[in-house]
Each structure stands twice: as C-alpha cells, then as structure tokens.
Design a binder for this molecule. Structure first.
Ligand code: ATP
Ligand code: MG
Length: 602
C-alpha cells in the first residue's frame, strides 16, 4: 500500500480525550477515531490489526474442533425473558440496548449470546450422539457500559469472539474447558503478549470455575494477586489468602470507653494502643434488589482487613429469593443523603457495633425492616475485641462473642486478599500484586441456561437430560489495544510482528531522487511478491516527518532508500530495538523474511 493513497492522518499533539498511552497512540497514529461515547471507527490500519487478531483466534478455535457460525445481533426480548435476564439486562444493570420495532415488538442488541445459542441447541440437539459441540463467532457486541473509557478497552460497541459448548455431562464440559484454556494461551502467545491466566469470579452463576486471561500492563483495570512459585494467580475479586495472625488483645475486661475522633481504624488503634487485628469493624452496605427492595447489610470484619465487594455481592445475590428478587441492582456504602431515604435517626457512623438496633430503620414497604448481619470468617475466633458502642465518640473493649455480642448466623469469606498476605497453598509464599487487562474469560456454565430454557438431550439410556454448557469470550478489539499498552515507547507504537498492520515500511527520504524512488519501488514489489505486507512511504515531504510517522504507527521493520544506495545498500531499522544496519539490496528481502519467520513461525 502506498501511503500517498491511503487515508493517513497522524497527530503531533496528545489528544485531550485520551488518558492511557495506548488510547493516545491509536488516536495519534490514525488507527481509530471516536464517533461517540464508547463508539469508534476502526480506520484501515486498525482494521488490518483486528483482522489479524481475528485470524489467529479463528485458527486456534478451529484447531480445537470448534465450528464458526454467525448469530443475529438483534435478539427478540422473549428469549431473554425465558432465561430471566431481560429485566436485569435492560433495566436493572442496563447494559443491554433495547428497542421497539414497527410492530411494537421488543428487541435487544446482543451484549452476549447465551440465549440465542441455547434456543438453537434446544431446537437442534436431540441426542447424545450430537455431543459434544462447540460453536463460536467473531462479531460486534453492544453493551451500554456505565463508564465507557480508554478507547477500545471499554467500548459500547466492540468485537468479541464468543464460543458456547454443549455436553452430555460435566466431565465432557471440563475437557472442552481445558481445550479452550490451551487455545487462549496459544492465541495470546501468538499475538506476542505477556499474560497471566488467573482464577476469576464466576459471579452469581456459580458453576465450578472460570478463568480470566490477563494481559499484563500497568494501566490495566484489574488487580492480580499471584505467587512467585507460579502455583497461584487470581483476580483480586476472587483471591483468597491466609489472614495475618491476631496479636494478643491488650484488654481483659469489658468496658465502654470514650474514644473521641476515632472514626477510622487507624485513629482508633493509635488512641487505644491496640492492633487492628483486635478490632471488629462494622461496615454498612445498602443493597437494592431488582424488585426495588432496599436491604441494609451490616458486615463485620477484622479491623486490618477490607470487605471485598464482589464477594459480598455474590453472597447477597444468594439471599435474593428471600426478598422475592433475582439479583442486585446496586450495592454501596450509603452516604448521608442516601441514608435519609431509610434512616429513622442519624447513624453512629464510625462507631457502629455488630448489633446495630433495627429502630434505626424507618418503616417503609420498600425497605427490609431488619439489618442483615454478616460475619467475615476473620472475626469468628476473636476474643477481648474492640468494636463500636453504637454511640458517636464511644467504643467498647474486651468484648467477646456469646457474652456481649452474638456472632451473626451468616459467616462467610468476604475479605479482600492483598499483596503481602500468605498464600493458602504454601504459607511461605506471599502474594504479589500486578495489574492486568482482561482479554478473555472462560466459563463453566453448567446447566443454568439449559434448565431455564428447557434445552435437553436424550442420553444413552433414553432419558431426557439438561445440556451442560460452557462459554468462552475473548475481546478482539480490547486485545488489540492491550498489545499497544504493553508495547510502545516515546516515539510511538511497537507492534508485535504477528499483529502489525504491515510488517515493513519502505521510506523514500527524498522523492525527487529518481534513484531512491526506483530502489524503493523495486523493494516494495519484491517484498510484496514474497507475501511480506509492505507500506511504501512515497509522500512528498521531509524525511524527518516520514521517520517520525513510521515510528508512531509502529511498523516492525523500516527500510530507508537513502545515501547508502551508492554502495548498493539500504538502511534497515528494527522498530522494537532501534537497531539499524546497512544491508545490500539483494539480501534485504530474504533477511526480513527470516526475521519475520523467527518472530511468528511459519
Ligand atoms: P469487564 O469485566 O471488563 O466488564 P466482562 O467480564 O463483562 O468484562 P465478558 O462478558 O467476560 O466481559 O466478555 C468477554 C471479553 O470481552 C472480555 O474478556 C473482554 O476482553 C471483552 N469485553 C467485555 N466488555 C468489553 C467492552 N466494553 N469493550 C471491549 N471489550 C470488552
Ligand atoms: Mg469477564
């Protein structure tokens, strides 16, 4: 491709709309343009990258025996009503765009395709002989994200590969799950990315497991906790660890003490000269269920630890049936304005005890009349502990369960693991922290959707059984940007060779030199003939600008037909290392061919 004929516009200035390096660079280098919030045009260079990533994904999926198909993006509401997700997705979470057609029918734009694929499976899979089956597609997804940001990282329209597998039993599901795990590792390796598979939260669906594939980058939205022996890695949302040992309590008798200005654990421990491990901290959460019911939850946890909101959310979703609800719309620590909606009198914030009285709640049919107490496991064995006195400016010390306080009935793990904690599998290992971009997520769904939608098969004994399902997503557009986030320098993008839009750029420093033009044209054609994807910078203009642009767009190898032509040579520069060498014109093509093969194999 000749740059002179391409839609090619680079920006010198940093675009104000972008925060992270990869987003800035893709805008500056002319790969993408923002059309609306979370909506981007993939310009020709970007589209080439996306096609390459898609092709790698396709090859690795095909290698597992999965079959490609293409499912509709416009989906009838009835399918989502059957699975019970319509209201949650369109109203509660609001992640799904919905519309009404001319015949007044409700439709949604596909954020994901479990419903559609399950409907197909219900219709077409009859017998165990048709199993297992794995179908995938590569397609644009629509999600009305609350906070679209970082360009393609979190768009409202983005490209995903999603696969759905069907099985007669759990062991077959586990087999395919393993195959997908391998395929995902291959995909990310072939795309030239440094990544880490981690244990992931499976949300309220439960199931026996899910894994995320994290591309390692400081700008990643996710925190990963891992051990250096390579035996443990988890998203912090899911991670477990051994809590630190409890220090002996300095208190031996129960007392209420005036503790002014100690609404934080740090201030309290300084004031009382005790360890945060001696404190029972009580955190109030306001949960709103999908039927509008507000429930106030009091989580008691050891003072040195923080509540993991994903874990507490999972516990609260389990309680939904008690309130005739299915799921949660919101979960937050209520501020003063929020409290006004349900508090009968001001709460002793910072001084709350595990037994906060229910008369703080004003009668309201949309508010549960009682606090729901939940204990984190860390508090169960505490003795002579410190906690709030339910009175501003006061705490109690030397308290014990079954004496001054009753341990909540619901005892669960809602603790956030953190770097420095000891690992469960080997207490000598401590957890380390890294940041990552979730590029893929694989999931054992079990029979949730097949049961909800009546997708069954007949087993060998002639019995109707629900299908076992797995689902496997990879964000093609997010992955492409993640590659940039992992690989750039002050001059621009450094594409991994496997997914670069072009492998080589031939730069003519001076287009008025016939010799330079002729040499460049010949190289351009020779490279093209052996299948090396090449850009020819044949624009009029200063050499310096062309070099800057070549660096900015990140093409792996740059050939310059400059001064050394007189010795029958050209300059060849590797973008990643900046290494420059003079090669005789005859050996350029074969040398670059070898470099490319070494990078991506053949
Ligand atoms: P996240 O936690 O980042 O919102 P998710 O868990 O909702 O993602 P999945 O439903 O697991 O995402 O989707 C599969 C893959 O699709 C993700 O691993 C990610 O790579 C990609 N993806 C999800 N949401 C977006 C988005 N808004 N923009 C770009 N890619 C996305
Ligand atoms: Mg996910």
């Amino acid at each position: 491709m000749r740059l002179s004929q391409m839609l090619f516009v680079t920006l010198r200035e940093e675009p104000a709309e972008a925060e992270i390096p990869s987003h800035k660079l893709l805008l500056r280098a002319g790969y993408i343009r923002r059309i609306g919030s979370g909506i981007y045009a993939y310009l020709p260079l970007m589209w080439r990258v996306l096609k390459k990533v898609s092709q790698i994904v396709r090859e690795e999926m095909d290698a597992t025996g999965a079959q490609e198909c293409l499912l509709p993006q416009i989906q009838p509401a009835e399918l989502w009503q059957e699975s019970g997700r319509w209201d949650t997705y369109t109203k509660a979470e609001g992640i799904m765009f919905s519309l009404i057609d001319r015949a007044d029918r409700q439709l949604g734009l596909g954020p994901t395709h479990e419903e559609v694929i399950t409907a197909i499976a219900k219709d077409m899979i009859r017998s165990y002989r048709q199993l297992p089956l794995n179908l995938y597609q590569i397609q644009t997804k629509f999600r009305d994200e609350i906070r679209p940001r970082f360009g393609l990282m979190r768009g409202r329209e983005f490209i995903m590969k999603d696969a759905y597998s069907f099985h007669g039993d759990e062991s077959s599901l586990k087999q395919t799950y393993q195959d997908m795990d391998r395929a995902y590792r291959n995909i990310l390796t072939r795309c030239g990315l440094a990544f880490r598979p981690v244990e992931a939260d499976s949300g309220a669906i439960g199931g026996s497991g899910s894994q995320e594939f994290m591309v390692l980058a400081d700008a990643g939205e996710d925190e990963i906790l891992y051990t250096e022996d390579g035996k443990y890695a988890a998203n912090v949302e899911k991670a477990d660890s051994l809590p630190a040992d409890v220090e002996p309590s300095p208190f031996s008798s129960y007392e209420k003490l005036e503790t002014p200005g100690t609404e934080t654990i740090e201030k309290l421990c300084k004031f009382l000269k005790c360890s945060p491990t001696n404190v029972v901290k009580n955190v109030l959460y306001e949960t709103v269920y999908d039927n509008g019911m507000t429930v106030l939850v009091l989580v008691s946890i050891r003072g040195d630890r923080d509540v993991n909101e994903v874990k507490i959310q999972n516990e609260l979703v389990k309680l939904a049936p008690q309130y005739n609800a299915q799921t949660i719309i919101s979960l937050r620590v209520p501020d003063e304005t929020a409290q006004k909606k349900w508090a009968a009198k001001p709460l002793p914030l910072g001084y709350i005890a595990p037994n906060l009285e229910d008369d703080y709640l004003s009668p309201n049919k949309n508010v549960a009349p009682k606090f729901v107490p939940i204990a984190d496991k860390t508090i169960v064995n505490l003795t002579n502990f410190v906690t709030g006195a339910n009175e501003s400016g006061y705490h109690v010390v030397g308290a014990n369960w079954d004496k001054e306080f009753t341990l909540p009935k619901l005892i669960v793990d809602v603790r956030t693991a953190q770097a420095g904690d000891r690992a469960l599998h080997d207490p000598k290992q401590t957890l380390k922290s890294a940041r990552g971009i979730e590029a893929g997520h694989i999931f054992q769904l079990g029979t949730k959707y097949s049961q909800a939608m009546g997708a069954t098969y007949t087993d060998e004994a002639g019995k109707e059984q629900p299908l076992w399902m797995g689902c496997y997503g990879i964000g093609v557009s997010r992955l492409a940007q993640a590659a940039v986030e992992q690989s750039y320098d002050k001059n621009g993008i450094i594409w991994p060779v496997a997914i670069a839009p072009y492998q080589v750029i031939v730069v003519i420093p001076n287009t008025s030199s016939q010799e330079q033009v002729a040499a460049a044209e010949k190289l351009y054609q020779d490279l093209d003939r052996v299948g090396i994807e090449t850009l020819l910078d044949d624009r009029d203009g200063r050499a310096g600008v062309k070099f800057k642009d070549a660096d900015l767009i990140g093409i792996p190898y740059r050939i310059v037909t400059g001064r050394s032509l007189t010795q029958g040579k050209v300059e060849v520069v590797k973008r990643a290392s900046g290494d420059s060498q003079e090669l005789s014109i005859d050996e350029v093509v074969s040398t670059i061919q070898k470099w490319i093969e070494a990078e991506i194999g053949n």
